[in-house]
Write a protein that binds this ligand. Structure first.
Ligand code: FES
Length: 218
């Protein structure tokens, strides 16, 4: 498979991820203790794929389903089990948008910033999020509750601007409606969205509009 030909070269800055040795990054500090990872949770997965060099992707998927992301010890384990190099496993994990090398928040908000959504107001949504939660794209809030990700067209441009919160689609999103949905989801408020022109999840479902959530996010 093409993806299995990918090799990670630490000298290539554009591939430098959270595991690259970089003295300015706290996670690369050799004196810093790595978070404990219970590799026994992978026992069943290891038994299923041991020695299968082509099993990198299913093992990565299984590991992420277990841990929520891909800790380095798990990547090392997968490299050993599939009898391949860590750089190759890392190359696969960084190639696909479905894989995460760092923990994500309990809730994940995706904002579409494709052309239609950008024109219809995504920048204002981003400003509202930064003001309310000091949340930047690609980052997780300090309390670990919310991760913000930017995607580029979910195939529902007629609903622009579109936000997806924990897999639920919200179209025609406006700042106040978005913040209300977040407060409700994060448990800090009891309001419900609607009444200001935003199309809620229920509205989207009622109109039977389909949004392909499997769209590539990068
Ligand atoms: S640009 Fe956002 S759904 Fe198409």
């Amino acid at each position: 498979m093409i993806c299995c030909e990918l090799e990670y070269d630490p000298s290539l800055s554009f591939l430098a991820g959270p595991y690259a040795m970089n003295p300015t990054r706290p996670e690369s500090d050799p004196t810093r203790a790595a978070p404990a990872v219970d590799l026994s949770l992978m026992d069943e997965v290891v038994a299923r794929y041991r020695g299968q060099r082509g099993a990198i992707i299913p093992m990565l998927q299984a590991a992420q389903a277990i841990y929520g992301y891909l800790p380095r010890p798990v990547l090392e384990l997968i490299a050993r089990v599939t009898q391949t190099s860590l750089s190759k496993v890392y190359g696969v994990a960084t190639f696909y948008a479905q894989f995460y090398l760092q923990p994500r928040g309990r809730h994940v908000l995706k904002l579409c910033d494709g052309t239609a959504c950008h024109v219809k107001g995504t920048p204002k949504l981003l400003t509202a999020l930064q003001d309310a939660y000091q949340l930047e794209p690609g980052k997780t809030s300090a309390d670990g509750q919310l991760t913000l990700e930017i995607v580029y067209c979910l195939g529902s441009c007629a609903l622009a601007p579109v936000a997806v919160l924990d897999g639920q689609v919200m179209g025609h999103m406006r700042q106040e409606a978005l913040l209300r949905q977040l407060r409700r989801r994060l448990g800090a408020g009891r309001e419900t969205a609607g009444g200001d022109g935003a199309t809620t999840v229920e509205d989207v479902h009622a109109s039977a509009m389909s949004v392909p959530l499997s769209a590539h996010s990068e």
